[in-house]
Design a protein around this ligand. Structure first.
Ligand code: PGA
Length: 242
């Protein structure tokens, strides 16, 4: 098993779920999460729930991040939020380039790079997401896609990548640990930063994935909304760390 010298990160991407009331209820019902040296856990609520999460999360040992961030600090960018604004309310992280943003909101490799740079400049930690679609994998293009998505991204001490095969997101089709490891090892050969796995990571698949040498954590969607599964994945990560 990997030494995971850089620690393990479990990040819960809530997507467009849990408004401020739901966020309050989530934290009220959350049991004490497993901890271990080098284990970090964070949640990424919708923007409207961020402040509530920032207020409630520390008591549970959780950090908080936003699901998006703009590349300018301020200005005429209706609907966007900047890195300094996130920093001002106490959010520590920003998620950038999720495949849903690429698919539905016109995010490109270029805007992903701009958002990543700006968030890092604002002092935030960033999880930048990459991954191939089913068609790209079937055509044998996985490595080309990952290489292209990483072209404009440079290593930084506050940067984490998430390898999320698009075909595995929200589908229940988890990549096998071997597939994940192969992708992670390739990504690490291009940029030496921690790489999380994402895509239908559930309590029963977490151990096999997290045990892989180059898997340094997980970006968890659906299972992070269910308290029991999120706690179980944190527990698995804590076991791996200790
Ligand atoms: P999922 O989502 O765990 O529900 O597949 C992962 C993600 O989109 O980050």
């Amino acid at each position: 098993m990997a030494s995971k010298a850089r620690g393990v990160l479990i990040a819960g991407n809530w997507k467009m779920n849990l408004g401020p009331r739901g966020t309050q209820e989530f934290f009220s019902a959350l049991p004490k999460l497993a901890t271990a040296p080098g284990l970090t856990a964070a949640v990424f609520p919708p923007m409207l729930s961020l402040q509530r999460a920032v207020d409630l999360a520390p008591a549970h040992g959780l950090q908080v991040g936003a699901q998006n961030v703009h590349w300018e600090n301020s200005g005429a960018f209706t609907g966007e939020i900047s890195g300094p604004m996130l920093d001002e309310i106490g959010a520590r992280w920003a998620l950038v380039g999720h495949s849903e943003r690429r698919q539905y909101f016109g995010e490109t490799d270029e805007t992903v790079a701009l958002r990543t740079r700006a968030a890092l400049d604002a002092g935030l930690r960033v999880i930048a997401c990459i991954g191939e679609t089913k068609e790209e994998r079937d055509r044998g293009e996985t490595r080309d896609v990952l290489r292209r998505q990483l072209e404009r991204i440079e290593a930084h001490p506050n940067l984490v990548l998430a390898y999320e095969p698009v075909w595995a997101i929200g589908t229940g089709l988890t990549a096998t640990p071997e597939m994940a490891e192969e992708g992670h090892e390739f990504i690490r050969s291009l940029v030496d930063v921690p790489v999380l796995y994402g895509g239908s990571c559930k309590p029963d698949s977490a151990l096999g994935l997290l045990e892989q040498t180059h898997v340094e954590g997980a970006l968890v969607g659906g299972a992070s909304l269910e308290i029991e599964s999120f706690a179980a994945i944190c527990e698995t990560a804590a076991r791996i760390r200790s």
